[in-house]
Structure formats: structure tokens, C-alpha cells
Design a protein around this ligand. Sequence first.
Ligand code: SF4
Length: 334
Amino acid sequence: MQPTKLWASLNGAQVQCRLCAHQCVIKNGGKGLCKTRVNQQGSLVSVLSDLVSGVQMDPVEKKPLYHFLPGTKTFSIGSVGCNFSCRFCQNAHISVIPASGRVQGSRTSAKGLVDLALSKHAASIAFTYNEPTLSVDLIHETCQRALAYQLPVLLVSNGYMSAEFCKLLRNDIRAVNIDLKSFREAFYREYCGAKLAPVLDSLKRVRDLGWWLEVTTLVIPGVNDSPEELADCARFICEELGPDVPWHLSAFHGAHKMQNHPATPLDKLQEGWAIGKEMGLHYVYMGNIMTTLGGNTYCPKCSGLVIERSPCKVTYPPKGRCPSCGTEIAGIWA
Ligand code: SF4
């Protein structure tokens, strides 16, 4: 295997991985926390490199990205593994690498992926389903090819990517959805095996890079759904990232180690929606639940309907302006 990107040699054939905020120090023959990066005699290799677990065409709204080329399809690529260990993971079948370390998937290439995306007339390519940061080599190469065809590349991430990762891809990524899973250190530690502060740093870094940014919070009843915590999330987004950053409140349904935990009721998401608006956010959405209005975009100035989203169609105004008052709606439009 070829050495991967973003690591440094240390004394005694140890290496430090610089891909994510864990910054694992890995001894010879060992693996990082994510089990995808292996120290082979003082050189760090990735067991993923060009491995994918699946590809499919998705509405870009499914990522969710609501202000990035709405109504278009994105060629979605997943691999395996994660640098978090979320108890509530909804994709554990691909994110959890078994103790044997064996990874399952198909080998591919950046050229093969871009050719396939073009043949399907995708408007973009999204690295999604598992934590994309771990596929840094494939993402980097795919970006180089995709940009030659003006095909934007998107990420759906937990936000634990390092500053070095962002620097490497600073001119390559067009949009990202990052999870803000909670505003409590204890939650990140106990439920995800991670820390809050690096996620907040990534969110600010991504905003500074100019990648189009949307934020998702999975609201879990009795765990991270207090009005105080939701207000903390909304306040951070509004004050540190800006009121135009869309906030997606997503309903939890039992999964992985929280299979029997109750699902999020609609009134809890509605409470979060109201808190987000009260904090000053222009665009707050409810997802992963049946709701008639929670997916629509309304003008922050006149409250008129700007984008109507239903399972069957997305209607949006030309040039990203409110059809009623002409106010510019933040986002990347066709
Ligand atoms: S990607 Fe993160 S978890 Fe994996 S080896 Fe590198 S620093 Fe550790």
C-alpha cells in the first residue's frame, strides 16, 4: 500500500496522524482510533484508499443541503469506518469496522467515479454515509478530476477534520454539511467518543474558507433536547457562523446501541425551530419526520414562501431571490 496523506514521523518508527482532531500517535504495526490508518514500518497507510461501500444518486436535499443547487441530484459515495463511535449511529453497518479489521467494499478510482457521475448527469459529487475525512486520498484525487468538468464536490461530515485536511482541500470543496451533535462536552465524550471544541473550530474554519455550510443537529429525546442546549447551538451558529447558515433539526429514530430509545416527537422539533428563529437564524428546518412546512424556505425579510419542498418536487425561484420582495436568499443557486 502507498503512504496516505497528512501524517508525520516521530521517534522510534512511531507516526502521528494529522487527518482528524484525535491526532493519534501510532506505533509500528498499530492502527489509529478509526482503524483505517495503519503504521507500516514508520509509514502511515490507509486501508481505505480507493475503497467504496456504495454509490447512488440522491437528491441534494437528502444530505441535507437545502441552499446548494436545490432540486438537483448528487452522485453520493460512501466508504467504511468512522473516527467517532456514536451510540446512536444510523449507518453503523458501514461506519463500524469489525474487530478483525476486515473492511468490505469495492475498489474504484477517482476517474471511475467521476466518469460514472457524469454519465448519470449528476450536478455534484457528495462524499457521505460514513465519515468522509477518512477517504482523504480518494477525495483529493476525485476533486482534481471533478473540477475539470465543473462538477462540485460536497462533504457530509461530523466536523472532526483537522486544519491540515481543510488546508489540503481548501480550493476543492464547494459545500459541506457538518453535524453539531450537541453543545455539551459530556455528550461528545459519552455518546460519540470525541470532543466538542474541535467541531466548533471546524465549523468556524469552514466558514472562513468560504465552503457553503449547513449544520445538522440530530435531536435525541431526553439526551440533547433541552431548550437551553438547543439555544446554545442556535446562538453559536448565529453569532459565530452567521444568521444565513441553515440549521437542520433532524428527528432521531432508534438505531445501533440506542435501538429502543424513543423517537423525537414533532413538537420537540417545532420547539427547536422556534428557538432557532428566536436566536436570529434566517433558515431553520425540520427533517427525518413527516412535516408539511418544516422543509420549506421562507424569506427572512417578508416571510414569503421562497422554496417549496415536498417528497415529489422542489420549486425554487430564479437567481435565489424572494419572489415576493426580491430579497437575496443566501446559498449557491443554479
Ligand atoms: S483519522 Fe483520526 S482517528 Fe483515524 S488515525 Fe487519524 S487521527 Fe486517529
